[in-house]
Ligand binder design. Structure first.
Ligand SMILES: Nc1nc2c(ncn2[C@@H]2O[C@H](COP(=O)(O)OP(=O)(O)OP(=O)(O)O)[C@@H](O)[C@H]2O)c(=O)[nH]1
Ligand SMILES: [Mg+2]
Length: 161
């Protein structure tokens, strides 16, 4: 970790809410998107920054579409921690598992966000059950619920290392 700075990279399946999560944490964050049938989709990256526990936290959001593997590889360089955003209305899918396996192999500190908890169809407990032993924080990137507390808890684990 560079002194006083943390690079945290946000991963997750297409449409999980990665860009919305970064937007909720930093309203001035920047996003590079293209239009798709489901609305805007990230084609390069998101960038946000905020201060957490006296650290300058740099948040990089990745594209969720599988074909952007090369973008995820580039953005991942030098990360101090990784967050995987899971859509709690659809649960842990194959792409989430693939990202999880890749990050575990890198041995990078990792936390999960079970997103869309404002939605009546969200089942954050199912996300936790599918990921035994992992930190899973229920959040809503849409209304901002628990996003700052969840990031704060993750940063606490990074700075304690
Ligand atoms: N109900 C609800 N919808 C959400 C929430 N977060 C994101 N969404 C919606 O989910 C869709 C995808 O959100 P994005 O933030 O663009 O997701 P993403 O993971 O960045 O998507 P890609 O970059 O295309 O992989 C949008 O329609 C959002 O409005 C949430 O907390 N609750
Ligand atoms: Mg996005």
């Amino acid at each position: 970790m560079a002194e006083g700075r943390l690079k945290i990279v946000v991963f997750g399946s297409f449409n999980a809410g990665k860009s919305s999560f970064i937007q909720a944490l930093d309203p001035r964050s920047r996003h590079i998107e293209a239009s798709s049938e489901e609305g805007p989709t990230t084609v390069a990256f998101d960038f946000g920054r905020l201060t957490v526990r006296d650290k300058a936290v740099f948040l990089f959001g990745t594209p969720g579409q599988e074909r952007f593997e090369f973008v995820r590889q580039i953005i991942s360089r030098g990360m101090d921690g990784a967050i995987i955003v899971v859509d709690a209305t659809t649960g842990v899918d194959a792409m989430t598992r693939h990202l999880y396996d890749q990050l575990k192999a890198l041995d990078v500190p990792l936390a999960f966000m079970a997103n869309k908890c404002d939605s009546p169809g969200a089942v954050p407990e199912a996300v936790s059950h599918a990921l035994p032993g992992e930190m899973v924080h229920p959040i809503s990137a849409r209304n901002g619920e628990n996003v700052h507390a969840a990031l704060d808890a993750f940063v606490a684990t990074l700075t304690a290392r």
